[in-house]
Ligand binder design. Structure first.
Ligand code: FES
Ligand SMILES: [Fe+2]
Length: 351
């Protein structure tokens, strides 16, 4: 049945991507939301990210509307202040003899890693027991990879987005922005928390000369050639490789049953240029910084096309949730199975 899949909650005992590190500046709190949980992020005086429930215990307003002072979060309304543990530490108009009420708010494990801010919204006992880590993006800092990132929000349940990413037959949609064509599914491998689909495809890009990167801008320079295309649902995120030239990630943040935020991150590999690797480090760093973001326009076009389809899928589902969809790609059945298996309960969050 497709009915319960589109209402499945994500398993919150994993790390979710809530922001780019650069989105969170000193002194200014930032609001985020994971499956109905509102969170406020801020930096302490050491620059470390902290995360608290985005709800002042006084009058329940959003703390993210406040400001950060001396590493404490100050509510915009009456100026109550909270430390990084969520403890109220100051009420500016407290009378002599009055005590601060015991009104601690929830604090969340949060991590800044590989350019992104990761939040763990789940059960702390499960975290201690599993030792789960945020998804690693080793290419983010690596000098042999040029990164581009496109954040986006799509008006659909996260299952629609992951199905889009696991089904490589939708190259049809992407037309002149296509990175691959003629995908043929060869094999599917599954593990407890992962599904990997191996496709053989025709890639439009080949990064064998340093100027090949210009293929990202000029479609006329692209030549089709066979390349393996491997996509994985590394629950609750996605990663892919296209030949040796590209690595792509989609970092998920399911906001509600009908909204999913995500970060599409694309890396172009410079591994094929050993001479370049012998260049002085400042030159390699300069090149990485200068070229980063080059694939962003391409990503934005792909996202625009994908999101338009996902919005229609969600709309059609809400209009008639019982209507059956037909599927021929076995990678999608495996993906749906994983979502259902890891869902805490088939429950809908408050949207
Ligand atoms: S509502 Fe936050 S201090 Fe009053
Ligand atoms: Fe797509």
């Amino acid at each position: 049945m497709f009915f319960d899949l589109r209402a499945c909650a994500p398993n919150l005992d994993y790390w979710y991507c809530v922001a780019l590190g650069t989105e969170l500046t000193a002194g200014r709190p930032l609001a985020a939301s994971v499956w109905g949980q509102s969170v406020v992020l801020f930096r302490d005086p050491q620059g470390q990210v902290q995360a608290l429930e985005d709800r002042c215990p006084h009058r329940q307003v959003r703390l993210s509307a406040g400001q950060v002072i001396d590493g404490q979060l100050e509510c915009a309304y009456h100026g109550w202040r909270f430390d990084s543990r969520g403890q109220c530490v100051q009420i500016p108009y407290l009378e002599k003899g009055q005590k601060i009420p015991p009104c601690q708010i929830r604090n969340y494990p949060v991590r800044e890693q590989d350019g992104f801010i990761w939040l763990y919204p789940g059960d702390l006992a499960v975290l201690a027991q599993t030792g789960r880590e945020p998804l690693a993006l080793p290419e983010w800092e690596h000098l042999n990879y040029i990164g581009s990132c496109a954040p986006f929000s799509c008006p659909g349940h996260f299952s629609f987005l992951i199905e889009n990413l696991m089904d490589m037959h939708h190259g049809h949609l992407h037309d002149q922005h296509q990175a691959w064509a003629g995908a043929r599914l060869e094999k599917i491998a599954g593990a407890d928390e992962e599904v990997t689909a191996y496709y053989q495809a025709q890639s439009y890009y080949k990064i064998d000369k340093i100027w090949s990167i210009s293929q990202l801008f000029f479609p006329a320079l692209r030549r089709l050639h066979p390349d393996p295309l491997t996509v994985s649902y590394a629950y609750p995120h996605w990663r892919a490789t296209l030949g040796a030239d590209f690595k792509i990630y989609c970092l998920f943040c399911p906001v509600s049953p009908t909204e999913t935020k995500a970060y599409l991150v694309h890396f172009t590999s410079l591994e094929a240029f050993p001479k370049l690797h012998q260049s002085p480090l400042p030159i390699r760093r300069f090149l990485k910084t200068k070229l980063s973001g080059t694939a962003r326009p391409l990503l934005k076009n792909l996202i625009r096309q994908d999101v338009a389809m996902i919005a229609q899928e969600q709309e059609a589902f809400l209009t008639d949730p019982q209507r059956r969809s037909y599927e021929v790609n076995p990678a999608i059945a495996q993906t749906q199975k994983l979502i259902r298996r890891l869902a805490p309960e088939r429950r809908v969050a408050q949207s």
